[in-house]
Ligand binder design. Structure first.
Ligand code: NAD
Length: 521
């Protein structure tokens, strides 16, 4: 049984306990961190506490998987691939459709569990589940559209085309800040493509992963496909590393810090495995003098403070044209003052806690470095005197030479810089190792198009008159440079989950060679 410990009630509203939410979801609690075709009753690892970041108290304890559990789970998941790939893609799509329906029913409660365990506000917790539903819908349609091209052959009576085959067992490593949506982005697409999926979630959010596995099992059980989606919760040294080295896993999709991505790329690359890397961002917004400043203000507030600055797409650098810098900064500080910080499950809260003590320490260290490096804290940046990991969001006046601007500090610190020309702003904007998301606010066509051109933003995502976060699933999501180059979700991202085969059929009784080569006795 899931071992739950009551967390202290926050002053804003009583926090529903994880056990209550799980009960409402109809989930028979299991505290195992390993699931292949069924839960492994007693995995070999230690008990890991899932911590509520709003209180610092334990929500539940999960038994971690060890190497032998990994071997059992992956043996089953790899074996099931042989059957799953033979099940027609549109039928795989129907299974995914039912998963989407199960998530629709669970949206309120699973969203609340995400809030409880990851600390994001309720609207964002539910939004995350909505994202899972959206990608399931997308994948259902995709299951009938795994198209290849046909080509005209240069040889007579020859036909050429390409077709797409599934890869095998796909490994999915996820970060704490999108504890369920990122799994769905990968798993729903990978599954309609004919792959089985092994999930290694963040150790900071094991409960939501277990809950998702339960919900998905309901659908799989109805159709005899239990095990197509499997779960392994273990440490990076005991479990993740094994996954990276496992030659039965042709593709590892990994979401997390750039440092983690570098490690994953090296190990998976060394065995010629493929990766989809979705790594850290350091997102900038340029505000031109002609911008709709009301609109920009609202977008910057959500983009910089939302999810307590813990989104890969969080706005971290704000480039303000000198003519509007002072007024805009003043108004931004006013808006920051009104942000209601507190219990993420209280519907009126706008900003919840950071994920853990380490994140708070890292933010405080960064602010100290910023001050010693010539930056000026214009607003916030203090830890709140209450249980849990709450901080005030900070606005900092920065100058482009500050080294810390190149790093992703996973906390709500917004750097404000003033520029004179768009070229200067673009140069500073691009002068960081990461390249995930970017935006410009302007009503000037030339400025917007310059920003979107090849000499503009160097990021995977570029927006005009909206912020950097909150992408829709229909587009391909991902970033350039140290963000890893991976693309997930919509557009043709599905191709990364399949292997392309080029086929040529000779329907004549001659054997002409390409390039006109003659080779005859
Ligand atoms: P993290 O790098 O600490 O961990 C992410 C995942 O990688 C976890 O499951 C962790 O267990 C695993 N991991 C860590 N080191 C590993 C190793 N050496 N080998 C194998 N696995 C390893 O990141 P986090 O703190 O959970 O998440 C925040 C980071 O994720 C930020 O940098 C954020 O920008 C990034 N992120 C990126 C995207 C994106 O789509 N680009 C989305 C969400 C989060």
């Amino acid at each position: 049984m899931l071992e739950t410990t009551p967390s202290p009630q926050s002053e804003a509203s009583p926090q529903p306990q994880a056990a209550e939410i799980l009960a409402r979801l109809g989930i028979e609690p299991v505290n195992s961190g390993a699931h292949g075709v069924d839960w492994i009753a007693q995995p070999g690892g230690e008990l890991l506490d899932s911590i509520n970041p709003a209180t610092g108290a334990s929500l539940a304890a999960v038994r971690l998987a060890m190497e032998e559990d990994y071997d059992e789970v992956t043996y089953q998941t790899a074996k099931l691939f042989e059957k799953w790939r033979m099940f027609p893609a549109p039928k795989r799509g129907l299974i995914v459709r039912e998963i989407g329906d199960e998530l629709r029913k669970a949206k309120e409660d699973l969203g609340a569990l995400v809030s409880l365990e990851a600390g994001k506000i309720l609207a964002e917790g539910r939004g995350e589940v909505q994202e899972m539903i959206d990608i399931a819908d997308f994948a259902v349609g995709l299951s009938r559209q795994l198209y290849g091209l046909t080509m005209h052959s240069e040889r007579p009576a020859h036909r050429m085309y390409e077709q797409w085959h599934p890869l095998g067992m796909v490994g999915v490593i996820t970060a704490f800040n999108f504890p369920v949506a990122v799994w769905a982005w990968n798993a729903m697409i990978a599954a309609v493509c004919g792959n089985t999926v092994l999930w290694k979630p963040s150790l900071k959010t094991p409960l939501t992963a277990i809950a998702v596995q339960h919900l998905v099992n309901r659908v799989l059980d109805r159709h005899g496909w239990r095990g197509v989606f499997s779960l392994i919760i273990g440490t990076d040294s005991q479990v993740s590393q094994r996954l990276l080295e496992d030659r039965r896993i042709p593709l590892v999709s990994a979401t997390g810090s750039c440092q983690m991505g570098q490690h994953v790329a090296q190990w998976v690359g060394a065995r010629f495995g493929r990766t989809i890397l979705e790594l850290g961002g350091n997102n900038g917004v340029i505000i031109m003098p002609d911008a709709d400043l009301e609109l920009a203000l609202r977008a910057v507030l959500f983009g910089a403070v939302g999810t307590a600055g813990q989104r890969c797409t969080t706005i971290r650098r704000l480039f303000l044209h000198r003519s509007i810098a002072e007024t805009f900064t003043k108004r931004l500080i006013e808006a920051y003052r009104q942000v209601r910080i507190g219990d993420p499950l209280n519907p009126s809260t706008l900003m919840g806690p950071l994920i853990d003590e380490r994140a708070v320490t890292r933010m405080m260290q960064a602010l100290a470095l910023i001050e010693s490096g010539g930056g000026e804290i214009l607003y916030g940046g203090k830890r709140l005197d209450r249980p849990g990991y709450f901080v005030e969001p900070a606005i900092v006046r920065a100058h482009p030479q500050m080294k810390i601007l190149r790093e992703e500090i996973f906390a709500p610190i917004l750097y404000v810089l003033e520029f004179d020309t768009l070229d200067e702003a673009i140069e500073w904007h691009n002068n960081v190792p990461q390249g995930l998301s970017s935006a410009i606010f302007t009503r000037d066509l030339i400025a917007a198009e310059t920003f979107l051109s090849h000499r503009g933003s160097d990021c995977g995502i570029a927006n005009v008159n909206l912020g950097t976060s909150g992408a829709e699933i229909g587009g391909a999501f991902g970033g350039e440079k140290d963000t890893g180059g991976g693309r997930e979700a919509g557009s043709d991202s599905w191709k990364a989950y399949m292997r392309r085969q080029t086929v040529t059929i000779n329907w004549s009784s001659e054997l002409p060679l390409a390039q006109g080569i003659r080779f005859e006795l």
